[in-house]
Ligand binder design. Structure first.
Ligand SMILES: [Fe+2]
Ligand SMILES: [Fe+2]
Length: 292
């Protein structure tokens, strides 16, 4: 095949996110010929951070590369073991003293794919410049390159996308937990989406129980974020990489929601083609339902 297909899964939030991932990932992999899976895991452990046990759970579920963001340090135990995991990333533009690493190279059937994790600075904590950091790192590595750009402001994300256009294969936005409908191929061939969304409970405020968050807005007092359980779903996208130039041929946005006990998948590619499937219909290893 002339294409390499990579699945990118939006921020996995708590137990519900992990449950949905385990249930749905094998179906997506076998039906859409996905060769490699990236998932953002900064909220995987009860909404905040990552434990080693949950790291293992996600890897065993079939995720090949784990990216993260501002919440990666929330469970302090990670400081002890982050350096021992080759496929776990934290944003590359943390100051040099931070443990862990910000990019990794993975060999997929003879192709070296680099995944880079970077974090934005608008409405986020102070950190080194992600634009300059990208420029520095791409002197050392070649495409295909996929960037998880973990940021809050849509303007910063879009500006970063155009800055990276042609230099990397795809820029995938994470952090807001709300999927945007702007998946597209930028003029110089880079696949882009402002945010791919999240994986977990959608009957929630960005994955958390609604009441404590509403109370917080009403009172100004911080209440504990509790991951919600209702309304399971998974957001993500498939990045189709051309093997001749390692640019992006297509970026297909996926939204999966459990409705009346069944998982429904809605997908739309960068050219406006769309499809809606029931999970059980795209089970069984057959591909005829995949029309995009
Ligand atoms: Fe997140
Ligand atoms: Fe985040």
């Amino acid at each position: 095949m002339d294409l390499l297909k990579v699945l990118f899964v939006g921020d996995i939030v708590g137990k519900t996110g992990r449950k949905v991932l385990k249930e749905i990932l094998p179906e997506i992999k076998k039906n859409f010929y996905v060769s490699f899976v990236i998932a953002n895991v900064e909220n995987a452990a009860h909404g905040n951070g990552l434990t080693e046990k949950i790291y293992n759970e996600i890897v065993n579920a079939g995720v090949n590369c784990l990216t993260s963001g501002n919440h990666i340090w929330d469970k302090k135990e990670i400081l002890k073991w982050i350096d021992t995991k080759n496929n776990l990333l934290r944003p590359l533009n943390y100051p040099p003293n931070a443990p862990g690493k910000g990019y990794a190279v993975f060999n997929i059937y003879g192709i070296d794919l680099t995944v880079i994790n970077l974090m934005g600075r608008v409405f986020m904590q102070p950190i080194d410049c992600p634009f300059r950091k990208l420029e520095e790192i791409i002197q050392k590595i070649k495409k295909p390159i996929i960037v998880d750009f973990h940021a809050e402001a849509t303007s910063e994300k879009i500006a970063f996308g155009y800055f990276a256009d042609g230099k990397v294969t795809a820029v995938i936005g994470t952090h807001t937990h709300v999927q945007t409908s702007d998946n597209e191929i930028l003029p110089k061939g880079t696949g882009y989406i402002t945010d791919i969304g999240m994986t977990g409970s959608f009957d929630s405020v960005i994955g958390g129980e609604r009441e404590p968050i509403i109370k917080r807005f009403l009172s100004g007092i911080p209440y504990k974020f509790e991951p919600a359980k209702q309304g399971e779903g998974l957001d993500g996208c498939i990045i189709e990489i051309e093997k001749n130039n390692f640019l992006c041929k297509n970026i297909i946005r996926m939204k999966i929601r459990k409705i009346n006990g069944e998982f429904i998948l809605k997908m739309e590619d960068a050219f406006g083609n769309y499809n809606m499937l029931k999970l059980k219909k795209f089970g069984g290893g057959k591909n005829e339902n995949y029309k995009i």
